[in-house]
Design a protein around this ligand. Structure first.
Ligand code: AMP
Ligand code: ZN
Length: 119
């Protein structure tokens, strides 16, 4: 999919305006439109990258930067001490629905243990 048609690239271009709560030269952060926890943010690279399958040499700094920004956002949302979870859905089995890679930051209440994935 071309960056022109990608919903998260459109958000990055401020179409529509007002969704971005943090931005720097590499990443931006928005609130998830269908929050699954009291705090549910998405941290995204500014440049279109469909999924982690496309990450490559030269992007180590940007990928590491996403984690620093996630922690900064957690601090701003006051969930660093109570705890939070970072999630990347990669591809079909994980349920990735938007093809512009993003890290979910979830917190603000106790989250279900990951062990619930298997019965
Ligand atoms: P994933 O399933 O990991 O691909 O996550 C995609 C996430 O993007 C979902 O949690 C959606 O609720 C969220 N989402 C989709 N469109 C928008 C949008 N325009 N603004 C904010 N969040 C969105
Ligand atoms: Zn995109």
């Amino acid at each position: 999919m071309a960056a022109r048609d990608c919903i998260f690239c459109r958000v990055a271009r401020e179409e529509p305006p007002g969704q971005i709560i943090y931005r720097d030269d590499r990443v931006f952060v928005i609130r998830d439109i269908q929050p699954q926890a009291p705090v549910h943010l998405l941290i995204l690279p500014l440049h279109h990258m469909a999924s982690l399958a496309y990450v490559g040499p030269g992007q180590e700094q940007m990928m590491g930067h996403i984690f620093l920004v996630a922690e900064e956002m957690a601090r701003r949302e006051e969930v660093t001490v109570s705890g939070y979870r970072l999630v990347v859905n990669q591809g079909f089995d994980a349920g990735q629905t938007v093809d512009h890679t993003h890290v979910h930051l979830l917190g603000g209440e106790p989250l279900l243990p990951l062990g619930n994935n298997r019965s």
